[in-house]
Design a protein around this ligand. Sequence first.
Ligand SMILES: Cc1cc2nc3c(=O)[nH]c(=O)nc-3n(C[C@H](O)[C@H](O)[C@H](O)COP(=O)(O)O)c2cc1C
Length: 401
Amino acid sequence: MKTIVLGISGGIAAYKSAQLTSELIKKGYDVEVIMTQNATQFISPLTFETLTKHPVLTHTFQSIHPESVEHIRIAKRADVFVIVPATANCIAKIAHGLADDMLSTTFLAAQCPKIICPAMNTAMYQNPITQHNLQLCASYGIQIIKPQQGLLACGDNGEGKLADIDHILQHIEAACTPSLLDGLSIMISAGPTQEAFDPVRFLSNPSSGKMGYALAKVAQQLGAKVTLVSGPVQLPPPINVLLKQVKSAQEMFDTIKQHYKDQDIIIKAAAVSDYRPTTIHDEKIKKTEDKLSLTLVKNPDILAYLGEHKLPHQILCGFAMESEDLLTNAKEKMIRKNCDMLVANHLKMEGAGFQGDTNIASILQGEKIESFEKMTKEELAHIILHKLYTLYKGKEEKSIC
Ligand SMILES: Cc1cc2nc3c(=O)[nH]c(=O)nc-3n(C[C@H](O)[C@H](O)[C@H](O)COP(=O)(O)O)c2cc1C
């Protein structure tokens, strides 16, 4: 179990660290909290003691484990040290190596990856002294998660609002994850495509893109260089990925053709429309006729193209979603499209499919079929990426022999 040391300094956003703590605990992390004295004015240590099941440290000379020096013990336990929120005062202390309270002292003693999340009034944030302090922190290898623009508690509207907790979580997870996919380039397609037939209408499907985005996020956390080719979705892009936004199947095809040669692993998780209207009307079609017929033409088969043009070192993974004979159809698709692996989604089962956060899948490789219970799309992403990595390594070793 990884240990996250969460530092909380005295800003109005301190209450948001309770949500962060709760999310970290749910994800299986052990969380140790250190608060500045001023932070305890904003939220009680009791909240964090209850969530983490650990005493909260607020004083330099607090000794919970008399057999060891408390700040050194905590600093050594930390896999990642994150300060949420980081006040202007706290940032200034860190930038200059001050160690005059439990938080700054432990932070100075920690040797793990460190993250700070500034949150403050816009004028305080934009003050050249704060900006200089942040640059100093960055120069010491401390990761800074920039605040967002927005309405601040003081009533001002501007830069300084704490970054989204989800965004902070992603950075913490990335800092914790060993780099299994270091040095590998992975391209993932995600989401639906939209096939227009006039300027305001299109044919599409209900794909949310969640599976592809989960794969991109986890692949990035595992160290891969990720290119995410995404149809129109309502999801924030994962951090540190190259995002290529497309609308139609043809655009997705063109983008993938442009990038596929640079990839080691390609995962086609997008729900691409098989057909598109033959004509896109320049003007909106009027509601004059009782019946309207659209003639459709086949879209390019992107997976088949990638299978045909697969480079010797590449691993190709497709997805299948069928309403009948899933495994038979999936296996036939895997062979026909020259995929190394195929993930079959159980469309008709509760907890599987397009929109939700969970999936129920079977993974096919050659003659092998493994079926999995319902799990989150992120958990499934881990399993898929570990399997693809093993396939990639296997191919690499064979080519060396
Ligand atoms: C109501 C209130 C809200 C505050 N919010 C912030 C804030 O969001 N960010 C910040 O940098 N300072 C904020 N401050 C100022 C800090 O609390 C102050 O600089 C304090 O010395 C920080 O202490 P610490 O860094 O040891 O926790 C606020 C002060 C008050 C009274």
